[in-house]
Ligand binder design. Structure first.
Ligand SMILES: *Cc1c(COP(=O)(O)O)cnc(C)c1O
Length: 366
C-alpha cells in the first residue's frame, strides 16, 4: 500500500484496475510494425460512418459552449427508432458509464449483485466500489446460466447483470429461456440487460430487452452503446433505456453534462447511416464464417458467436500466444484474465485482417 492509499474508498484495492487492449500506436513502436490487425477491443473494422464524421466536423466550431445536458436530439432519434418515450432514455459517456451510474443509483453497502463469470469486468469493479457484494455465478457451456442465477438469488440480491450477447464468449440465451427466467425473478431485483452487441445478434432466437421487458415495466434497465456497430468507441457514447419506474433514480445521478457536443453530433449522424450499419453487419457475417471455417479446419473449438468477436480455444497458453501474435502484427485478447488460459477472444476484422490473424494462428499452434 502506498502512502495516501488510506484515503481511498473501502474495497477499492480488492481488485486490479481494468487493463484495456494495447493501443495501436504502442504496439507499432514496440515491435517496429507497419501493418497491424487490431482485433482485441471489438471495435468497428470499417472505421467511422461518413455521416458521423460530417456531423462532428460541423459541430467542432460550437465546442466552446457547453453541450445540451440531456442529449435532446439524440434521445428524440433513439426514441423514434425504439418507439419509446424519450424520457426513458439516458445518454451517457459510453456504456461503461451506464454501469457505474447504475451502481451509484442502486447499490447500497451489503447489497448482493449477481454477475455471470466470465463476463464484462466493469460490473465487478462498480459493485466493489459501491460496497456491494459480488456473487459470481459461473457460465455453463460458455453461456449465462439463468437457472443457476435464479438459485443464487437471496433476499439481499439487488442487481443481476445479464450480458447478452456475453462478452467475452459471444453467446446468447434464447428468448424463451430469458422469458422463463424473468417470470421467476423476484420483485426486489433489478435485471440489467447489457446489450452492447444487440445489432450483431439479430436472429429469431434473440430477444430484445427494450421491447420484451422495459416496455412491459419489468424491473429492467437495458444498456446499449455506439462503440461497437456504430464505430464511435473513441467518442464515448452509450445509453440506458429504463423501465418508467426506475427513471427517477437514474435522473438523480446523471452528471450535468454526460456527453460532449461531438459525441452528441456524431451519434446522431451515425444513427442516420443505415448503409454503414448494413455494411458493418455484412462484413461481420462474412468474417465470422471465414473464421469458423478456419477454426474447423484447424480442429479448434469455439463458442457460437452472436457478436463481432469469437471466443476460441487455441489449445496452448494464450498469454504466450498473445505475445507471438503481437510479433506477427496481430493484437488479440488472451483468456487468462477470464480464468480460461487457453482461450483467446478475437474481434472479427476486415477480410485481410482475418487472414493475417489466421496465418499467425497457424504459425503459433502449428
Ligand atoms: C463494449 C461494451 C460495453 C460498453 O462499451 P462503451 O465503449 O463504454 O460504450 C458494455 N458492455 C459490454 C459487454 C461491452 O463489450
Amino acid at each position: 500500500m502506498k502512502n495516501g492509499d488510506k484515503f481511498a474508498r473501502k474495497g477499492l484495492f480488492d481488485l486490479a484496475p481494468y487493463v484495456p487492449g494495447k493501443p495501436l500506436e504502442e504496439v507499432q513502436k514496440e515491435y517496429g510494425l507497419t501493418k497491424i490487425a487490431k482485433l482485441a477491443s471489438n471495435e468497428n473494422p470499417l472505421g467511422i460512418s461518413p455521416k458521423a464524421i460530417a456531423a462532428m466536423e460541423a459541430e467542432i466550431k460550437n465546442c466552446f459552449m457547453y453541450p445540451e445536458s440531456t442529449s435532446f436530439d439524440l434521445r428524440q432519434d433513439l426514441a423514434a427508432k425504439l418507439a419509446i418515450d424519450p424520457d426513458q432514455i439516458f445518454i451517457t459517456c459510453g456504456g461503461d458509464n451506464v454501469i457505474t451510474l447504475i451502481g451509484s443509483a442502486f447499490i447500497n453497502e451489503g447489497d448482493e449483485v449477481i454477475i455471470g463469470t466470465p463476463s464484462f469486468y466493469t460490473y465487478t469493479l462498480t459493485t466493489n466500489i459501491m460496497g456491494g457484494t459480488v456473487v459470481n455465478v459461473p457460465l455453463t457451456d460458455l453461456t449465462f446460466d439463468l437457472d443457476a442465477i435464479l438459485a443464487a438469488i437471496t433476499p439481499k440480491t439487488k442487481l443481476i447483470f445479464f450480458c447478452n450477447p456475453n462478452n467475452p464468449t459471444g453467446t446468447i440465451v434464447p428468448k424463451e429461456k430469458v422469458a422463463d427466467f424473468m417470470s421467476k425473478v423476484p420483485e426486489h431485483c433489478i435485471v440489467v440487460f447489457d446489450e452492447a452487441y444487440f445489432e450483431f445478434a439479430q436472429c429469431p432466437e434473440y430477444g430484445d430487452g427494450v421491447e420484451d421487458y422495459v416496455k412491459k415495466e419489468a424491473n429492467v434497465i437495458v444498456l446499449r452503446t455506439f462503440s461497437k456497430v456504430y464505430g464511435l468507441a473513441g467518442v464515448r457514447v452509450g445509453y440506458a433505456v429504463c423501465a418508467k419506474h426506475l427513471c427517477n433514480a437514474f435522473t438523480h445521478i446523471l452528471p450535468p453534462f454526460p456527453l460532449s457536443r461531438l459525441g452528441q453530433a456524431g451519434a446522431v449522424g451515425a444513427l442516420s447511416d443505415e448503409k454503414f450499419l448494413k455494411d458493418t453487419i455484412d462484413n461481420n457475417n462474412i468474417g465470422r464464417d471465414y473464421l469458423y471455417q478456419n477454426f474447423d479446419r484447424l480442429g479448434l473449438k469455439y463458442a457460437p458467436s452472436y457478436s463481432n468477436f469469437i471466443f476460441v480455444d487455441i489449445g496452448v497458453d494464450a498469454k504466450a500466444a498473445a505475445e507471438e501474435f503481437l510479433k506477427q502484427g496481430v493484437i488479440i485478447r488472451p483468456g487468462q484474465g477470464w480464468g480460461t488460459p487457453t482461450h483467446i477472444r478475437v474481434s472479427i476484422g476486415l477480410p485481410d485482417e482475418n487472414e493475417q490473424f489466421i496465418k499467425a494462428l497457424e504459425m503459433i499452434i502449428g
